[in-house]
Write a protein that binds this ligand. Structure first.
Ligand code: ADP
Ligand code: ZN
Length: 760
């Protein structure tokens, strides 16, 4: 597969040279060409790492060989053969990345405007880059003194979090895993090591080998008519070895997973492998068990694997020893030798978008991969993304609908609680739990049921809402809510910077009790504890769930009935199956409905629908209560009726009018810096360079902003952002790539491009 030698006939040519094209995962990303010394000719291959000299001094750097260049290469003219430095050393005996995944990496690098080296490091997991069977590793432990009494030393909240995370699990921590689990950099960990609170030791470790345990096999169910129809369509594409994307649209419990399993069985029978992508949160033991019960060799790639475990799985997959790979986003890069099918369940889920470079979306990458490897792609959801829905409407995807719940469980009854009627009470002291919700909670609990309360954490932005009529002030040009700024008493659009003075009265009803803040989310737990002092409550959000295993612990306590009320962020809305939950409360639907983000309505519809699916799973049925100031909003009305089709057909024209996806293409540029004026200046400079580049290329594109980002200041850095909007595909890539050559970097200012942004 790999071009190890140039064509021998070509070597006889007068200009006979051989070069390797190298990229790096860090600046200066490359690509650069190097000559290949004779003794390395047989070991330099596409996909191996090499060590090369860089610059004038003795500096060397490790890079990836992405191409072997010869005089007959189509791009041979770009090589300057007699000016090349030689490669110093080859690191890998075998390529880390095969031809197909290398091609995919190129596609990702180009589309997401990211350095190819960074993309390759994302495709090849860290552990896989280690060669030998054993390796030297650094392990950390907490100083026993400190472990005994945390209060004996002075710790910042972050440092305390790090130590608590380490104490929360008796595994061996490596610095990398610790930083990843806590979500911090190496900085604070080093500080703790320097202070002696964290001790370190090195050990040679044997690479772990894990046996994949086959579980008892369960027999196939008899599919119902809708499931069979869906399976037949998919089977036809598998047989034909053709690329085709199917949108499997069915509410939770309609039997989608069963269809995936049957399609995968067919793929496995043909000796091929299937990749199943699910949101991280859905990688529950339930999911694993379900697949392991049907297939002998299943690899589950979740984020809590150590890098050694991950590497082991990766090698097993590459050697063809695995039939089915289940994993979150990055499993789309599983190095299967003969891919047969990709499934992406809960395809609307935002976790498929990576929020650091390369900012890829696994759905798009899966589509590229399926297309180039000629395999079908299944996208499943009860609430498809409008991008996928639109593609299905326009014939690019084939829709397969599962309209009924398999076991004939009724959908839960969803009702709204209109918070607007509560203005008088609210002025005195606003309780996040309306009396009606409180009563229903008490009733559910007294009947032995359990309760889930959803609160959306992204309530940081302070919308301007009239508590009497529910009216929210929106930007006339962008159709997103204005954000209130205490400083300067103004209301600002975070897309285009449209600014008005802070309103004193509601522009609809004249009420003067305008509220500028979202609901105090942190207060909810305390409030619920006050209302139900004798009930065990668990809170689940990114803060409480940082520690390894804490997520599963909280869920299993809830499953066992030890905790009665589970409250948390959207984390709890997805994929969980608790038959005893008879009531779900959405504490304030407006927090997600009026976010300054064009996807706010879609998110809210999805969130309410998903969380509603968390109840009514047992015989007792279930009920959902949605607290809102906007009960007539179509997103909420449709969600209460479980009516996706109507929601989509109402929302798509709005997207079209404002050129938002799926009609227009967007990219977001975020500029960050400690000095506000400097960051703003840089943002303006970037906007100028982009406009200039678009003019030069004669491409139609619109820069919206720059303006202060919705999260204006984060971790001490001021943030400005701008949106680039266009209709044509590839325009953004061409313009930004050209602009990059014009932009003068500024000290202490960072900026990033996010193509197809998700979180605004
Ligand atoms: P979804 O993935 O759409 O939520 P599942 O495939 O998980 O739906 O199916 C929901 C439940 O119904 C599961 O417990 C599954 O085992 C069961 N089920 C699915 N298909 C059938 C069928 N044809 N006959 C009986 N039970 C089924
Ligand atoms: Zn605007």
């Amino acid at each position: 597969l790999f071009e190890t030698q140039p064509d021998p006939w070509q070597l006889d040519d007068q200009d006979d040279w051989l070069a390797a094209r190298i990229v790096f995962a860090a600046p200066p990303f490359g690509p650069y060409d190097y000559s290949i010394p004779a003794e390395l000719e047989s070991s330099v291959k596409k996909g191996v790492r090499v060590i090369v000299p860089l610059g004038r001094g003795n500096r060397t750097m490790t890079g990836y060989c992405i191409d072997i260049m010869t005089p007959s290469h189509p791009d041979a003219a770009t090589v300057k053969p007699n000016r090349l430095k030689p490669i110093s050393r080859v690191v890998d005996a075998k390529p880390l990345i095969d031809e197909k995944l290398l091609k995919l990496s190129h596609q990702i690098a180009e589309y997401y405007i990211s350095p190819l080296g960074t993309v390759i490091e994302t495709v090849v997991p860290v552990g896989a880059r280690e060669n030998s069977g054993t390796r030297e590793m650094l392990f950390l432990s907490v100083d026993p003194e400190v472990a005994r009494d945390l209060d004996s030393v002075k710790l910042t909240p972050l440092q305390r979090n790090i130590i608590e995370t380490m104490l929360g699990s008796n595994q061996d921590w490596t610095p990398g895993e610790l930083a990843e689990t806590v979500g911090c950099t190496q900085g604070p960990i080093s500080t703790l090591r320097r202070k002696g609170h964290i001790l370190s030791s090195t050990r040679r470790v044997q690479q772990k080998t894990h046996e994949i345990q086959p579980e008892a096999r369960t027999e196939n169910l008899v599919l119902n008519v809708e499931q069979q129809t869906a399976l037949d369509a998919i089977a036809k594409s598998i047989d034909a070895e053709e690329y085709k994307t199917f949108l499997v649209h069915g509410i939770t419990g309609s039997g989608k997973t069963e269809v995936y399993i049957r399609a995968i069985q067919q793929v496995v029978e043909y000796g091929r492998q299937a990749i199943v992508l699910v949101p991280e949160i859905s990688l529950t033991p339930q999911t694993r068990r379900r697949f392991r019960a049907r297939f002998d060799r299943v690899a589950v790639l979740h984020s809590h694997l150590t890098s050694v475990q991950r590497a082991w799985h990766w090698r097993q997959i590459a050697e063809g020893n695995v039939q089915v790979i289940i994993g979150a986003r990055s499993a789309v890069f599983a190095p299967t030798p003969r891919l047969g099918l990709i499934v992406l369940d809960e395809e609307h889920d935002a976790s498929f978008k990576q929020d650091n470079t390369p900012r890829y979306h696994a759905r798009d990458v899966a589509q590229w991969r399926a297309e180039s490897e000629n395999v079908p792609l299944l996208l499943g959801s009860a609430t498809p993304s409008l991008e996928s829905w639109h593609k299905a409407q326009t014939g690019q995807f084939k829709t397969l609908s599962l309209k009924n719940r398999v076991l004939d469980l009724p959908l839960p009854d969803v009702a709204t609680i209109d918070l607007r009627t509560d203005v008088a009470g609210m002025r005195k002291r606003f309780s996040p739990i309306h009396q009606k919700l409180r009563q229903e909670m008490a009733m559910a609990l007294s009947e032995g049921g359990q309760v889930i309360l959803l609160l959306n954490r992204r309530g940081f932005s302070t919308r301007i809402q009239c508590p009497s009529c529910g009216k929210v002030e929106y930007c006339p040009d962008c159709s997103i809510p204005l954000t209130h700024h205490v400083e300067g008493k103004k209301a600002v659009c975070h897309y285009c910077d449209h600014t008005i003075p802070e309103p004193r009265r509601c522009s609809d009803c004249g009420n003067d009790a305008i509220r500028f803040s979202g609901l105090g989310t942190q207060r909810l737990e305390a409030e619920v504890a006050k209302l139900f002092p004798d009930v065990e409550i668990a809170r689940m959000d990114t803060d409480t769930m940082r520690k390894r295993g804490s997520h599963e612990k909280a869920l299993s306590k809830f499953r066992d009935g030890e905790t009665k009320i589970l409250l948390g962020t959207q984390m709890i809305a997805k994929g969980l199956d608790f038959p005893n939950v008879t009531l779900v409360g959405v504490v304030n639907a407006d927090t997600s409905l009026h976010l300054p983000d064009f996807r706010a309505a879609e998110r809210t519809f999805g969130l309410v629908t998903q969380v509603a699916g968390r109840t009514g799973r047992g015989e007792r049925g279930g009920r959902v209560l949605v607290q809102t100031f906007s009960p007539e909003n179509p997103a909420i009305v449709c969600a209460t009726r479980h009516d996706y089709v109507n929601f989509a057909s109402g929302e798509l024209p709005v997207r079209e009018e404002f050129n938002y996806p799926p009609y227009g293409k967007l990219a977001r540029i975020v500029v960050r810096g400690e000095v506000m004026a400097k960051a703003e200046q840089m943002a303006e400079h970037i906007a100028e360079c982009i406009n200039e580049s678009a003019d030069e290329l004669e491409l139609q594109l619109c820069v919206i902003g720059p303006s202060a980002a919705p999260l204006e200041k984060l971790r001490g850095l001021y943030r400005f952002h701008m949106l680039i909007s266009t209709i044509e595909t590839n325009t953004i890539q061409r313009v930004v790539t050209r602009a990059q050559t014009k932009i003068r970097e500024m000290d202490d200012i960072q900026w990033i491009v996010d193509v197809d942004p998700y979180n605004m």
